[in-house]
Design a protein around this ligand. Structure first.
Ligand code: NAI
Length: 480
């Protein structure tokens, strides 16, 4: 029986391995982590991450050929294939701080693999890593190998949170990079055989190691760039009276461009886009490609601009101050159908409003108070470390309350900011909400999900990203 072990039971390791276990009943899959609470949660009815369809998959195979464990060394030792899906945060100190990837967790995983291995292994990079990481890992492994043969493969993950199970069942492509040697080719073939259980072979792409590593960074940079492009256009729409939804519809009809990822919003978030672009920027700089690095940096700058101009819009429309005013925040996760708040635009928007002394009442169907308080108190990039290594019990932000209901959040509020596109926010009883708010009552739709006309008829003053401005907003010019 082939044995697989995955180091890192996070958003990638957990769902990916659960699907491999489901699709390959004759393979034994162990997912290991140094975080005891995380592994306990994977072994309970309350999985540590919210992902539609995940519960079902885990229930079907857990205890049969899918195991979650903290006994990292035992499972690594027994495995034929070891996936590494640990955190790869942005460095906060030293060379490349603020841009380069911190490979501390990766390196310690690699050293541990070398230490405990007694048989040949294929080591698979699942984490997103800078180009040429495999080379460094290969060196660590071979210098400590005691005669054992390690083959390194790069198999970056392209799943999107919120649709992870669907993406894993039916991926656009699976990418496997390896050494162009007979042993490398054999290792690629072995991993290909795993995916071929359910992925059509023409969607399994094989390449050299560096191409695979760079393709993942490039894919995320392209995706983020589309969002920043449409967001840049949204600012121009507001200035001119064009409607960004109409513009992106017309643009997306061009088959060379396509309709996906063209929604204007308050900005992109998630653990990957910013981190991976910063990584790309750093690699370009290291290679003397200043113009190229500046080009990609701009994608992040537009994202930051989009968040700050949203805050400016809120403050300027409410008579240039939100001091002491209650603002309801609907949605805190970085997108719908996930509880993940890493790099969510809600953090910067909330911090911006708190900077102007607003009182915030936050509701998100999947994010709890502890997480929100941590996010609003944590320093940049501190979030991307194993849970037990993150700063403990930061002091909570006093002007923030977290509630479990949109009606509670909006009661007596002066304004509402919609920051995540949860479906339930489309169908709230906005008349009831309006009746319970202070007047004038404002809605700032950061995701363009509500029917602005309906809300205006109720009496709201409505701002929606990239849409023609209400006369109220025109009369209260913002610095945007
Ligand atoms: P995560 O933070 O959810 O999971 C990483 C896990 O690794 C944590 O549970 C941590 O405790 C564990 N860990 C760290 N060092 C360890 C060690 N030495 N031994 C055992 N366990 C260890 O991170 P996530 O989101 O799963 O991301 C992992 C990698 O996958 C990152 O490089 C990320 O860029 C990449 N990725 C993430 C995607 C996403 O949507 N979240 C999509 C595609 C790639």
């Amino acid at each position: 029986m082939v044995k697989i072990c995955c180091i890192g039971a996070g958003y990638v390791g957990g769902p990916t391995m659960a699907v491999i276990a489901l699709k390959c009943p004759e393979i034994e899959v162990a997912v290991v982590d140094i975080s005891v609470p995380r592994i306990n949660a994977w072994n309970s009815d309350q999985l540590p991450i919210y992902e539609p369809g995940l519960d079902d998959v885990v229930k079907q195979c857990r205890g049969k050929n899918l195991f979650f464990s903290t006994d990292v060394e035992k499972h690594v030792m027994e495995a034929d294939i070891v996936f590494v899906s640990v955190n790869t945060p942005t460095k906060t100190q030293g060379l490349g701080a603020g841009k380069a990837a911190d490979l501390t967790y990766w390196e310690s995983a690699a050293r541990m693999i070398a230490d405990v291995s007694k048989s040949d292994k294929i080591v698979v990079e699942k984490s997103t890593v800078p180009v040429k990481t495999a080379e460094a890992i290969e060196k660590i492994l071979t210098h400590n190998s005691k005669g054992i043969n390690f083959q390194i493969l790069s198999n970056p993950e392209f799943l999107a949170e919120g649709t992870a199970i669907q993406d894993l069942f039916n991926p656009d492509r699976v990418l496997i990079g390896g050494r162009e040697t007979p042993e490398g080719t054999k290792a690629i073939q072995a991993l290909r055989d795993v995916y071929a259980h359910w992925v059509p072979v023409d969607r399994i792409i094989c390449s050299n190691l560096w191409s695979a590593e760079l393709s993942k960074l490039a894919a995320n940079a392209f995706l983020a760039q589309r969002i920043s492009s449409v967001n840049a256009i949204s600012a121009l729409c507001e200035a001119t009276g064009a409607d960004v939804t109409e513009v992106s519809h017309a643009v997306g009809k061009d088959t060379r461009i396509g309709p996906k990822f063209l929604n204007a919003s308050v900005g992109f978030g998630g653990s990957c886009f910013q981190k991976d672009i910063l990584n790309l920027v750093y690699i370009c700089e290291c290679n003397g490609l200043t113009e190229v690095s500046n080009y990609w940096k701009q994608v992040i700058k537009i994202n930051d601009y989009q968040k700050s101009r949203f805050v400016n819009r809120v403050v300027s429309s409410m008579f240039n101050t939100v001091s002491g005013k209650k603002i309801a925040i609907l949605g805190f996760a970085f997108k719908k159908d996930t509880g993940d708040t890493r790099e969510t635009p809600a953090i910067d928007v909330c911090k911006g409003l708190l900077g102007d002394k607003a009182r915030l009442s936050i509701y998100d169907p999947q994010v709890n108070e502890d997480q929100i308080q941590r996010d609003l108190s944590m320093k940049k990039f501190d979030w991307d470390h194993p849970l037990h290594l993150q700063p403990m019990s930061p002091t909570s932000v006093k002007q923030v309350s977290v509630v479990w209901d949109a009606y509670e959040a909006t009661k007596d509020a002066h304004g509402i900011c919609i920051l995540t596109e949860w479906d339930e926010f489309r169908s709230l009883d906005y008349q009831r909400i309006y009746d319970n708010m202070r007047k004038p009552a404002f809605v700032f739709d950061g995701r363009n999900i509500v029917d602005g006309e309906k809300l205006r008829q109720i009496g709201f003053i409505v701002y929606a990203i990239g849409k023609p401005l209400d006369s109220w907003l025109k009369d209260m010019p913002a610095v945007v």
